[in-house]
Design a protein around this ligand. Structure first.
Ligand code: ZN
Ligand code: ZN
Length: 126
């Protein structure tokens, strides 16, 4: 078991499995940070390329997505690793299970229930 530190809050997370990245996190590589004429135009490319990747934990991803809804929209609804909990961990969660007939996969995404003001599971195509 190895640990990866969130590049924003600094908390460490146990990681294992095929990718060794933080569950429900985000992995950002220097390659996606800029372009000629862009925000990071003056950074020497060799230096940018050699910077460390940034891993963000679930909670820091929430801060990013809530601060910049355009990024959240680009990532898509119900985008992150499936939840196995009765209540969604956040508004970006999804889960799947067996449909009542036992055949089809029943995908549910998290959505805000305006009546209770809580996040609940709703069928993806419902
Ligand atoms: Zn974090
Ligand atoms: Zn979540």
């Amino acid at each position: 078991m190895m640990k990866i530190q969130c590049g924003e809050c600094g908390r460490s997370f146990d990681v294992d499995g095929e990718h060794s990245l933080i569950d429900k996190g985000l992995y950002l590589t220097p390659r996606m940070w800029g372009y000629y004429g862009g925000f990071t135009d003056n950074n020497p490319w060799e230096e940018v390329r050699d910077r460390e990747e940034i891993n963000l934990c679930h909670d820091c991803c929430l801060r990013l997505m809530r601060a910049f809804p355009s990024i959240a929209r680009a990532m898509g609804e119900g985008g992150h690793h499936p939840c196995s909990t009765d209540e969604p961990c956040c508004e970006f969660a999804w889960r799947c299970g067996e449909a009542p007939d036992g055949k089809d996969i029943n995908v549910e995404i998290a959505a805000l229930d305006k009546e209770s003001n809580k996040i609940k599971w709703v069928p993806l195509n419902g």
